[in-house]
Write a protein that binds this ligand. Structure first.
Ligand code: BEZ
Length: 212
């Protein structure tokens, strides 16, 4: 596995570090996904209950991500051998094919570059993090959950949809926004925007109507 950068403590707005690595669907590079959205998700360990529940839900939702031109790639420190054993167990036991690649990162190179491994952790397992990467390879959102709490696939879909809506321009998305809901006007860049608005206490809070 080769890395192009070794930046750590990745933040929103950074270029997502490229990597080439082995996965359950063959060798992949992050750059293979340029031109489409990608959710790169780390998980603490194969053969664990929370991760299994997430992967089953993600596999079932893959078409909903694809409808937004968004791919899924998972990564953990487990070996490719372990990944294959785990997805085979899931297929046999739950009848679900894990239909997105799971990358092996036994040397922790990807985990360290993305900040998936906590400096304070007792072991080298990755945190339950998700990196939302846009078609230009820029990290647009990051979430991190503890190993004991599973992510919400509906929320992951909502984040991709909201990022795509914001990229259309002219709007920001309110709390709990879902595709089709009204959006908000962005905060004004002009520091004098409030002047002349004395009769409107909510001059800073305007819905724009349907998001479509
Ligand atoms: C889990 O996926 O169930 C899990 C993984 C690591 C620690 C605790 C739970």
């Amino acid at each position: 596995m080769d890395m192009e950068t070794t930046a750590n403590g990745l933040q929103i707005g950074d270029v997502a570090p490229n990597f080439q690595a082995r996965s359950t669907q063959g060798d992949i590079s992050l750059s293979d996904f340029r031109g489409k959205w990608l959710v790169l998700l780390s998980h603490p360990a194969d053969f664990t209950p929370v991760c299994t529940s997430e992967f089953v839900a993600l596999a079932k939702a893959k078409e909903r991500f694809e409808a937004m031109d968004c791919a899924l790639v998972a990564v953990s420190v487990d070996s490719l051998y372990a990944h294959f054993g785990w997805i085979s167990a899931i297929r046999q036991g739950l009848g679900v094919a894990i239909n997105f690649p799971i990358v092996e990162d036994p040397s922790l190179v990807i985990g360290r570059a993305y900040g998936m491994i906590s400096d304070r952790s007792q072991d080298a397992s990755a945190m339950r993090s998700s990196y939302y990467i846009d078609p230009h390879g820029i990290v647009r959102a990051i979430t991190t959950y503890p190993a004991t709490i599973g992510r919400s696939v509906d929320e992951m879909l909502r984040i991709v949809a909201a990022l795509q809506r914001v990229d259309k321009g002219g709007a920001v998305t309110p709390e709990g926004w879902q595709p089709g809901d009204p959006v908000l006007l962005p905060p004004p860049l002009d520091a004098h925007a409030a002047s002349g608005q004395e009769n409107d206490p909510l001059w800073f809070y305007k819905f724009k109507g349907s998001s479509e």
